[in-house]
Design a protein around this ligand. Structure first.
Ligand code: NDP
Ligand code: A1CAB
Length: 279
């Protein structure tokens, strides 16, 4: 796993972001927060509201670059919905040079599909980040296509560690499972907050108090997990007094039809859906 290096982010040339929505926007914010020179940041996103365009332009970024304004970017990060890939890839192809690495974060979209819209020997990385990137605490799984050089892999690391940690896998199919675990994973955790709050209401708490308790419990547990050297199993056991209240709850959650098989089915469904998105 690689983590952020000290010092300002310097990719060594211009970077183009195609699609500045929730994930692309979080990455761009992370790059700028890590000291990326805004003059080297280019953005294509026809849906970007005027106020966001003005803010980026005020910083010195170029939104909607014309041919001639940008050549040979060191990286193009494609962050549109997989269904928009066909519409967005021509722009990436138009600006890409032989030294450009294309980094796609589109769920399911394979290296082979990406390659069809790009030059024959284009360097392509398929990556899967997650939304905690918005607070610099994301984790991204990556796989490198055949033409990615060691320098381009290091550059990808620099761009993605700006918003969290990065892991590489060698087998492309594993990216679909990465999507099922960490790409979609934050939604499972937020759903757990919602469900815990609802269960608190059923146990007699006022709704706003139940929400506060559920939210703070998951926030605090996340921080404890991140700051502790102990595995989650030990942290769980630390809460669980013999024959106490937690043990009573865990008897339900750890039953044969409890959380583990449910999570397995959920991750399998997400992984399957990623494969379906490949078309
Ligand atoms: N959200 C998440 O948790 C994660 C998402 N991803 C992947 O990231 C990608 C983006 O997801 P997300 O950020 O949630 O989606 P968003 O819809 O928030 O962002 C996509 C942005 O791209 C814009 N767009 C559409 N067509 C084009 C185009 N031709 N050129 C440039 N921009 C375009 C969209 O505009 P408009 O709204 O008008 O369509 C939108 O602003 C997806 O492929 C997803 O699989 C990966 C990991 C996690
Ligand atoms: O739901 C999705 O398809 C995207 C990919 C991972 C998280 N969001």
């Amino acid at each position: 796993m690689t983590s952020h290096e000290a010092g300002p982010l310097d990719p060594g040339g211009p970077v183009l972001l195609v699609g500045a929505g929730k994930m692309g926007g979080a990455l761009l914010d992370g790059w700028l927060a890590r000291g990326l020179d805004p003059k080297t940041a280019f953005v294509i996103d026809p849906a970007l509201p005027d106020v966001a365009v003005e803010k980026l332009e005020r910083l010195g970024c170029t939104v909607g670059p014309q041919a001639g304004q940008l050549s040979n970017p060191v990286a193009i990060l494609v962050a549109v919905k997989p269904q928009m890939a066909k519409a967005a890839l021509p722009a990436a192809a138009a600006f890409a040079g032989p030294g450009t690495v294309i980094i796609s974060i589109m769920a399911g979209t394979t290296l082979s599909t990406l390659g069809r819209g790009l030059a024959e020997r284009q360097a392509i990385v398929r990556a899967m980040p997650n939304t905690p990137a918005a607070v610099g605490r994301g984790v991204t799984g990556c796989v490198a296509g055949a033409h990615v050089t060691a320098d381009q892999r290091a550059l990808t690391d620099r761009l993605l560690t700006a918003v969290g940690d990065v892991v590489w896998v060698e087998e492309e199919a594993l990216i679909d499972a990465v999507t099922g675990v960490s790409g979609s994973g934050p939604a499972y955790v937020f759903l757990m907050v919602e469900a815990l709050a609802r269960a608190g209401v059923s146990a007699g708490l006022p709704a706003d108090l139940a929400q506060t308790l559920a939210r703070k419990t998951v926030e605090g547990s996340g921080v404890l997990l991140s700051q502790s050297a102990e595995p989650p199993e030990v942290l769980r056991k630390n809460v669980t007094s013999p024959n106490g209240t937690t043990a009573a709850a865990l008897d339900v959650l750890m039953a044969d039809d409890g959380l583990a098989p449910l999570m397995e089915r959920a991750v399998a469904a997400a992984t399957r859906r990623a494969k379906e998105l490949a078309g």
